[in-house]
Design a binder for this molecule. Structure first.
Ligand code: BGC
Length: 311
């Protein structure tokens, strides 16, 4: 039997999976992402946990044909990370560092790209050749598939949906150095930031006022419980997402939008908010697109990373 490691490197946790080369997930586990000292121990930690865990679970390391990894930044075709704004990494030669440390062949992709690959392979996008995956987590990621192929662009900066500028009045800077990026409003942090600002500026009553710290989950929970302020925030989120996704539809006209990442755990309320505004922003049959929550949930990234290697 031959195996592969599928790794999804996120801002707070690293998700790891052991797969057969046919794509069956045999074992999965998580470790925290150590972002101290510009994340210098992240890659050694990954290799150490892969070696230890495969031995402990009875999958001999010699039977691994390689390791696939999705990272939350832009990646060159050679597997070098150019920029990883939410991890504190500058240019990092991830592929060669991991190959040296692990002794295995390594494939590196953008986190949202590999999540899209995972969903197309074994999730909501099975059998679909034109789809867009949007991951709403620490950042906002995009995986755009056209004619069955991922769009990477000439410089590896394609499908960076989170850095589409959707607000031209914004005063605060995004981690990428611009102002008004989708990520500043619709990532988990962005949703919470917007709600806090609105509470500070306005006087509308809300159960959220009782909380010391507000997270995106608190806002979704309050909206589900009927809190009018939280429902307004959902609406604002939906309108912004719909606007951004309509721009993508004008270019790629997908069959499916798959919404993943931590925010998607809130369920249909997320999709309903986007759908309320999507129609009015789109043209003709761009409206025939389906919206679904990622079927592989948090495992989309590890599946896609394994697929990247197997391919
Ligand atoms: C990065 C993307 C990444 C996304 C989700 C963004 O800030 O620029 O490359 O896919 O966050 O992690």
């Amino acid at each position: 039997m031959k195996y592969v490691f599928g790794i999804d490197l996120g801002g707070t946790t690293v998700k790891n999976g052991i797969f057969t080369t046919e794509g069956q997930l045999l074992y999965k586990w998580e470790i925290p992402t150590d972002t101290s000292e510009n994340g210098k121990s992240i890659l050694p930690d990954i290799v150490a946990t892969c070696k230890e865990t495969s031995a402990r679970q009875g999958y001999p390391y010699e039977q691994f044909i390689g390791l696939g990894i999705g990272v939350p930044g832009t990646v060159t075709r050679e597997g070098n990370v150019q920029s990883c704004v939410n991890l504190g990494w500058g240019y990092t030669e991830v592929k060669s560092i991991l190959e040296d440390l692990s002794g295995l062949p390594v494939m590196v992709g953008n986190d949202a790209d590999v999540a899209a690959l995972g969903e197309m392979w074994q999730g909501a996008g099975k059998g679909c050749s034109d789809m867009v995956m949007v991951t709403l987590g620490t950042g906002v990621g995009g995986g755009v598939i056209v004619d069955g192929k991922l769009v990477r662009g000439a410089h590896g900066f394609g499908a960076e949906i989170g850095h589409m500028r959707i607000d031209f009045q914004e005063k605060e800077f995004c981690n990428c150095g611009k102002r008004g990026c989708l990520e500043q409003y619709c990532s988990a942090n962005g949703i919470a930031r917007q709600a806090k600002l609105a509470l500070e500026k306005g006087s509308q009553d809300s159960t959220l006022r009782k909380l010391k710290e507000i997270t995106a989950k608190d806002i979704f929970d309050a909206a589900k419980a009927g809190d009018a302020f939280a429902l307004d925030q959902m609406d604002i989120f939906g309108e912004r997402m719909a606007r951004a996704l309509s721009y993508i539809a004008c270019v790629t006209d997908p069959e499916l939008f798959v919404i993943g990442g931590g925010v998607s755990k809130a369920g249909p309320i997320v999709i309903d908010a986007i759908k309320r505004y999507y129609g009015e922003n789109t043209y003709g049959r761009q409206r025939d697109v389906r919206f679904v929550i990622a079927r592989l949930e948090n495992d989309a990234g590890i599946y896609g990373s394994a697929k990247l290697l197997i391919e």
